[in-house]
Design a protein around this ligand. Structure first.
Ligand SMILES: CC[C@@H](C(=O)O)C(=O)SCCNC(=O)CCNC(=O)[C@H](O)C(C)(C)COP(=O)(O)OP(=O)(O)OC[C@H]1O[C@@H](n2cnc3c(N)ncnc32)[C@H](O)[C@@H]1OP(=O)(O)O
Length: 312
């Protein structure tokens, strides 16, 4: 065989292997991986700069048995307000979650009975020259959080203010302690939202309610937040912080995480994809492609075999 033929055969083998590998991934997953990859090159200088603003951490525990992860904001002396270093930490924790094949759900919470009282004002005062860069970084991180192939819930306890309220809108759901408070107080701080909450709130509540919350800067009780549609569930009175966490986990698991992790991830990714692609044809095509992968598969056959009923 001459050199040209050998070269041609090698290239053909590599190309067909690549195509076969690519075909194993649905177009949706390929798209989402590209979309949600770890910080892009242009964010690296911002990451380096933000990392210099020390204090606190964002921690992650992933339970392989249950498929439930807990991401904890940890800056309790300042009510879990976010420093630059915590923003970098959060991005790294999200990278871990993006790669978690067995994951089903995520609880985002703060340590010590407060969710988050916004940007850490010690950091904010030193970073007044750096607003656009911080917002770019946070938009990227929180879009990745919102688009994780997991069902996410923010557990709102104590104070959830400013940037804290913004963080909560980057989860799929919000569960609130009956004594907690939540408010988009940015306008009182001379700001508009820096971490993407205006876009997400309009999407979540519609423009009139979003405008109301943002322009009034009203700090809402749990009942008020529920009636606005911002919060999905309010826990009962009298639970300890730990019991509220346990209740929140039960709420997440019993409502949304009882089924197979692969199907949960496919469903969430499909919702994200159709949300990002409002074009009906593209969205329906994607939905068909995802559906076709599961139709006739082992999970469907097992369910048919088990004669599953849906009345309890
Ligand atoms: C860039 C972010 C921006 C955005 O775009 O979204 C924002 O987040 S704007 C909103 C910023 N956050 C605030 O303005 C909150 C300011 N703090 C408060 O209003 C009050 O502290 C509180 C949250 C209502 C709690 O009041 P209280 O229960 O009376 O406790 P203390 O006030 O004594 O607080 C305890 C301790 O915590 C410190 N703290 C609280 N929040 C922050 C914060 N965001 N940054 C830094 N430090 C914070 C507070 O100063 C106290 O510390 P000590 O004074 O050392 O005791």
């Amino acid at each position: 065989m001459n050199a040209f033929k050998r070269f041609f055969l090698t290239m053909a083998t590599i190309t067909s292997k690549f195509i076969r590998e690519a075909q194993k991934l649905p177009p949706l997953k390929m798209f989402l991986r590209a979309f949600s990859s770890a910080p892009q090159m242009e964010l690296l200088p911002i990451r380096k700069e933000l990392g210099k603003f020390e204090g606190g951490s964002v921690d992650l525990e992933m339970d392989e048995q249950t498929g439930i992860a807990v991401m904890t904001l940890n800056n309790p002396r300042r009510l879990n307000s976010m420093t630059g270093k915590m923003m970098v930490d959060m991005s790294d924790r999200i990278t871990q979650l993006e790669q978690w094949k067995k994951g089903k759900g995520l609880i985002l919470m703060g340590i010590g009975g407060n969710f988050c009282s916004g940007g850490d004002l010690t950091f904010v005062r030193k970073a007044l020259h750096y607003g656009a860069e911080m917002a770019t970084y946070q938009h990227h991180t929180l879009t990745r959080l919102l688009n994780l192939p997991l069902i996410s819930v923010a557990l709102l306890q104590g104070h959830t203010l400013g940037g804290g309220a913004e963080l909560s809108t980057a989860c799929d759901f919000r569960v609130m302690s009956p004594t907690a408070k939540v408010g988009f107080v940015q306008i009182k701080m001379g700001l508009t939202t820096g971490w993407g909450a205006t876009t997400r709130l309009v999407h979540l509540l519609g423009r009139q309610k979003a405008l109301g919350l943002l322009c009034s800067a009203k700090v809402l009780s749990a009942e008020e937040a529920k009636s606005e549609g911002l919060v999905d569930s309010v826990m009962m009175y009298g639970l300890s912080q730990e019991d509220e966490f346990t209740e929140c986990k039960k709420w997440l698991v019993s409502n949304y995480c009882r089924h197979d992790s692969d199907l949960i991830q496919a469903t969430k990714s499909s919702v994200v994809y159709s949300d990002l692609n409002r074009d009906l044809d593209t969205s329906l095509r994607n939905e068909r492609e995802v559906f076709a992968q599961y139709w006739g598969g082992p999970a469907q056959k097992a369910a048919l075999e088990a004669n599953v009923k849906h009345n309890k």
